[in-house]
Design a protein. Structure first.
Length: 452
């Protein structure tokens, strides 16, 4: 079996040559030419740190230290290109794989990508075989840096068929929290995404315990027909269409069930002045320049209900019984069994209508408006079932801010309460005077409305 030893010896010599020879072949002399050619095509400066060739485990070329753009809009730690040597003499050269390690992509580069994509062939022109065909593209440890957020690090795999058509793509964050699979459909791409313990990389920092998204995408946008999430102790199911051709457009609806509202408000960067479990059926839309502006231009309509919660910073019971005080309800808290109503959001202004609050012997209804600067205005009508208070509604003005809300009786109520106290004394006189003041205020208020 000497011939086996000879073959083994020859293979050993070949492997040794493939492993050693590249160390004696310098390709750095080609770097200036490559930089000049690529810079001319992209119309931005391109620099390359080093260029090496190697023979093991397969013949390949490694390019390191790549930057694109004056402000390094794209940075790449290393690119490894493995060609199919047998195809080098064919009309179409085959690249078995391109492995990109340490990619950093900025918002500037993303904005310029459409300029770098070559135009499609004109209709009627004879099709030419591609000069180069890729089989696999691999990204390891990639990061996308947007203006105010970043996504990654993540790994990605892109597979192409023998004719160069797209077969599949996968994206997995390095912490394993997000997985996305994309496959081609008839005229779109099928998207199947799942996440665990994941936070939105852009927009509000909402944390999902679990998230599943299924839909289709095109070059203009995506339509997620099935969205399911578990977050803050509750669940959300819905659908959403996203467009990104000109800015960012959102449109959809959802069913929210038993979501803890306090951590949700924190994620939305709003004052945590309420706790309890939220249920709602929102319908929403937005047309923003970028993801960071979505909340500023959001339009939303929904009925809602919050159970077993607390309104922090205001004591409605104290405000309803302190007829002669301008700040009787300031501070403290209001515990409620149920709070329901209708929420309308339009470009930062939130309007709460048909409010209905039940808290033991206290009940209330009314309307409150919250400005984009979190300033409060409106009126709440309260009613307390107690022996010491005359039965009936006590109207309260709403003012202040979300951080420091203020409830106080209306002018007529306070004037009547002061007069009743002076004539009949505190207690019954105060309560009767307040009722007379409310009656007069409502009577003259109606006449003024009729004149208008």
């Amino acid at each position: 079996m000497k011939w086996l030893k000879w073959i083994g010896g020859v293979l050993g010599v070949i492997i040794l040559i493939l492993a050693v020879v590249p160390f004696f072949i310098s390709l750095d002399d080609y770097i200036p030419t490559i930089e000049r050619e690529v810079s001319a095509r992209l119309k931005v400066p391109v620099t390359i740190g080093s260029l090496r060739a190697a023979g093991l485990p397969l013949p390949h070329v490694t390019v390191s230290g790549i930057t694109v753009g004056k402000s390094q809009d794209i940075k790449v730690g290393k690119v490894t290109v493995t060609p199919d040597l047998w195809s080098l003499l064919d009309a179409t050269r085959v690249i078995k794989s391109i492995e990109i390690d340490g990619l950093v992509l900025t918002q500037k580069a993303i904005d310029r990508i459409p300029e770098w994509i070559p135009p499609a062939a004109k209709p009627g022109q004879p099709s030419q075989p591609p000069a180069v065909r890729l089989e696999t593209i691999k990204l390891d440890d990639a990061v996308i840096k947007l203006e105010k957020a970043s996504f990654g690090p993540f790994d990605a795999r892109l597979s192409l068929a023998s004719d160069g058509s797209f077969e599949s793509a996968s994206i997995v964050t390095r912490d394993g929290q997000l997985k996305v699979l994309v496959k081609p459909g008839q005229s779109n791409y099928l998207i199947d995404a799942s996440a665990k313990g994941w936070k939105l990389p852009v927009g509000p920092a909402i944390h999902f315990d679990e998230l599943v998204a299924t839909g289709v995408a095109t070059a203009k946008g995506a339509n997620f027909t099935d969205l399911r999430a578990k977050l803050y102790g509750g669940t959300v199911r819905g659908n959403m269409a996203v467009g990104w051709q000109k800015g960012l457009q959102l449109k959809g609806s959802a069913m929210v069930s038993q979501v803890e509202i306090a951590p949700l408000l924190k994620a939305l960067d709003k004052p945590q002045n309420m706790s309890g479990r939220l249920s709602a059926r929102p319908v929403f839309s937005a047309n923003a320049t970028n993801a960071e502006q979505v909340l500023d231009v959001l339009r939303l309509e929904t009925p809602f209900g919050v159970q077993g919660g607390v309104l922090h910073g205001v004591d409605m019971r104290k405000a309803a019984t302190s007829f002669v005080s301008q700040d009787g309800g300031k501070g403290g808290e209001t515990r409620f069994d149920k709070l329901s109503g209708h929420l309308s959001i339009d470009r930062g202004t939130r309007r709460l209508t048909r409010l209905d609050i039940v808290s033991g012997s206290l009940s209330a209804d009314g309307t409150v408006t919250i400005s984009p600067q979190d300033e409060l205005s409106g009126r709440i009508n309260t009613s307390i079932k107690a022996v010491s208070v005359v039965a009936g509604s006590v109207p309260l003005n709403v003012s202040g801010t979300l951080d420091s809300p203020l409830l106080y009786p209306t002018g007529g109520t306070m004037a009547g309460a002061a007069a009743g106290t002076a004539v009949l004394g505190p207690g019954l006189g105060t309560a009767l005077g307040a009722r007379v003041g409310q009656w007069a205020e409502n009577l003259f208020g109606k006449k003024e409305e009729e004149k208008k």
